[in-house]
Design a protein around this ligand. Structure first.
Ligand code: WT7
Length: 673
């Protein structure tokens, strides 16, 4: 915990779009499930009963009914090496077999797995039988390229069918994948490749974004040219945009050259339940991203269980669409592993929601008759801003269930989603979880829970979550505190890649025996949980996690910057926005004293952050200041900077080493240039 920690838990952003304690106390609307929905729902109240009666037996039952095991397990949970759990450890299985082959074997080979829609409007339909052939071919190709069970493969791709095939091919041979979001920079890619010591990188020439081809391969070339990426032997490149690409002979290989001609017969590698399935990097409170490790059996069990019950999936009739990118955990669990394990038919869309027009998503819902839609509050707020008439121009009557994830959804956005997208009837599931939890943890169950706009409400059957105070006491209803998870769960992370100590320190040292999630939360009078945002130095911008420290390091790595402090400020659309305070070196400070100079410095630094981390991390505002507010121990008091960034009266500054600093900062910002 840092000095910037609020004494009593409070949301990071004081107003704007995140729900504050204040307005949540006034939220009293509830929406009980309709009788028709409840009558057909997968989930029933008995799930809670069963899980409460015998939690481990409950999970064993889920694992046995939702997955196909090669060797059955006999032990459900081994927690003797806590906080590293082992679930179903003596069983063996294969994730790709569960996601694909067994559906074909069960006679569903003709069922559509994906309706792919490229941003330019090109389409491709792929059935489960097609997917089985593609994944088998790719698995053979990976083996041919020297990838062995246990080797790490980095996937740096746009949203294509091949991206899913690449992930499943890795799973099929037991080579853990590490997907790096295509919006990350070459530097960010290199550090992830280096940390995972990846042997192979799978990428594409580029993808379509906002109406134009956007290159990816050059970033891979740049990443591999730098130090630390020596482990990479081959680069497998999918042709998508047909842009010119630089080619390194002996290293680079076209996907169509090695995959298309490979045999479509492949025996999956049966792995132990605890075999690593993937590593996914996420930002923490320090500059170095954490490689979150997930294993096979437990992860797949909870991904499938939550997808079936929270989204009420009926594989024969539903068309499910999750708008996330596969570069984030939502894409892993709710595009690849959960839905495919359940045999779902999905929409996979390559591009942005406003290309070529702001109704593109709703056009796709109409076209494919999407019945279940899962997206993030930031996207909902953007659509709200674009106007009600846009979704009103499409037939959205196929939608019967809506989901939200990534950040607290403010009640206004929730109500808009319900009215304008869900036709006033579709239940909304607000799902709380994290990269670390692997799958949904807190959410209403559709057909069972009466929903409340803005609240994720209740831990799922089988999950134990609570809100506690500083001393780990559960807070009474009506009070706030910190969200903790009190029992191990199947899809929990098994550690941070290569750094077990950091795993223990980050999640398990704050409270004895409890997993500390890093979120503030409140229990209302009914005991329902309301998430209030991060309580650590992690920001949430458009549902993406960004570390203040990481952006500060990026800024300071620029020659003109002497010191930097970054805060997340409440933002109407993105939830939080990155605001940076920088002290410039010598003559650059003078340069920034004029309006033109300041604008120039801002552009320079914003581009620098985009290059170091990626465009998503670009500060929205950069304020040049003479000093930063620090405590006597030298910690930056971000709370005070947040007050400035959110145009609030600056709070209590008495613990500052130099109490005049805030006046100097304020004077500088107001001074005419
Ligand atoms: C953090 C995890 C889980 C996939 C997307 C983000 C915030 C996530 C909710 C929600 C309130 C939420 C939390 C959490 N968060 N879902 N429904 N309500 N906050 O994954 O990048 O690992 O971020 O996102 O702050 O700790 P992630």
């Amino acid at each position: 915990m840092t000095d910037t920690q609020p004494a009593s838990p409070a949301p990071q952003s004081g107003g704007g779009s995140s729900p504050s304690l204040e307005n949540l106390l006034h939220e009293t609307r509830t929406f009980p499930p309709s009788e028709e929905f409840a009558a057909q729902a997968n989930a029933t109240a008995e799930l809670y009963e069963a899980a409460r009666a015998d939690r481990l037996a409950f999970w064993a039952e889920q694992a046995n009914t939702l997955l196909t095991w090669r060797t059955p397990f006999t032990e459900t949970l081994d927690w003797s090496d806590a906080p590293v759990a082992r679930w179903f450890a003596d069983g063996s299985l294969n994730a790709a077999y569960n996601a694909v082959d067994r559906h074909v074997e069960a006679g569903h080979g003709d069922r559509v797995a994906f309706h792919f829609e490229g941003e330019p409007g090109d389409t491709r339909t792929i059935t489960y039988a097609d997917l089985q052939r593609e994944v088998s071919k790719a698995a053979n190709a990976l083996t041919e390229l020297g990838v062995r069970t246990g080797d790490r493969v980095v996937v740096y791709m746009p949203m294509l069918i091949e991206s899913v095939v690449a992930m499943l091919a890795c799973a099929r041979i037991g080579a853990p994948h590490s997907v790096v979001f295509g919006g990350f920079s070459a530097d960010a890619l290199r550090s992830r490749i280096a940390d995972a010591e990846a042997k192979l990188v799978i990428t594409a020439d580029g993808g379509y974004r906002k109406g134009a081809p956007s290159a990816l391969k050059p970033a891979v070339d740049e990443a591999l040219a730098g130090e630390g990426a020596e482990s990479v032997e081959k680069v497998l490149v999918v042709r998508r945009t047909e842009q010119e690409v630089a080619w390194t002979e002996g290293r680079d290989v076209w996907w169509h050259d090695v995959v298309d001609g490979a045999s479509d017969q492949h025996e999956p590698v049966w792995v132990e339940a605890e075999h690593p399935l993937f590593i996914l990097y996420t930002s923490g409170t320090t500059g170095k991203p954490k490689g979150i490790l997930h294993t096979t059996g437990g992860y797949l069990t909870q991904a499938a269980y939550t997808h079936r019950n929270v989204f009420d999936l009926k594989p024969e009739s539903d068309v499910y669409w999750c708008s996330a990118d596969i570069g984030w955990v939502t894409g892993h669990s709710y595009i690849v592993y959960g839905p495919l394990t359940n045999g779902a038919t999905q929409v996979l869309y390559e591009g942005t929601p406003d290309t070529p027009h702001k109704g593109r998503w709703w056009e796709l819902v109409e076209k494919y008759k999407v019945s279940i839609f899962y997206t993030a509050p930031t996207a909902i707020r953007a659509c709200m801003k674009w106007g009600d008439d846009i979704p009103a121009g499409f037939d959205l009557s196929s939608l019967r269930l809506l989901g939200s994830v990534g950040e607290p959804i403010n009640p206004e956005a929730w109500m808009w989603y319900r009215e304008h997208i869900g036709g006033g009837t579709a239940p909304i599931v607000d799902t709380w979880w994290q990269t670390e939890t692997g799958a949904i943890m807190i959410s209403p169950l559709p057909g069972v829970t009466a929903t409340k706009p803005g609240s994720a409400q209740v831990p799922l059957p089988g999950i134990s979550a609570d809100v506690v105070d500083d001393e780990a006491n559960a807070v009474p209803n009506g009070s706030g505190g910190y969200l903790v998870l009190s029992e191990p769960w199947p899809s929990m992370l098994r550690g941070i890649w290569g750094d077990l100590e950091r795993y223990k320190e980050t999640y398990w040292s704050r409270y004895e025996g409890l997993y500390f999630a890093g979120d503030g939360a409140k229990k209302d009078d009914d005991g329902d949980i309301w998430l209030l945002g991060r309580v650590d130095d992690v920001m949430n911008v458009s549902g993406h996690r960004l570390s203040t420290t990481e952006i500060e390091s990026a800024l300071v790595s620029n020659d003109i910057v002497a010191e930097a402090a970054v805060v997340g400020a409440a933002d109407e659309t993105t939830g939080q926005a990155v605001v940076a305070f920088v002290i410039l070196r010598g003559e650059h400070a003078d340069r920034a004293a004029t309006d033109d100079g300041a604008a120039e410095v801002q552009t320079e630094l914003r581009n620098h952050v985009a290059k170091e981390i990626g465009p998503i991390a670009k500060p929205k505002r950069i304020l040049v200041v003479p000093e930063l507010p620090k405590t006597r121990s030298g910690k930056i008091m971000r709370r005070l900077l947040r007050d400035i960034a959110e145009d609030r009266q600056v709070g209590d500054a008495t613990t500052l080493a130099d109490s005049s600093v805030m006046d100097k900062i304020a004077a500088g910002l107001k001074a005419p240039s």
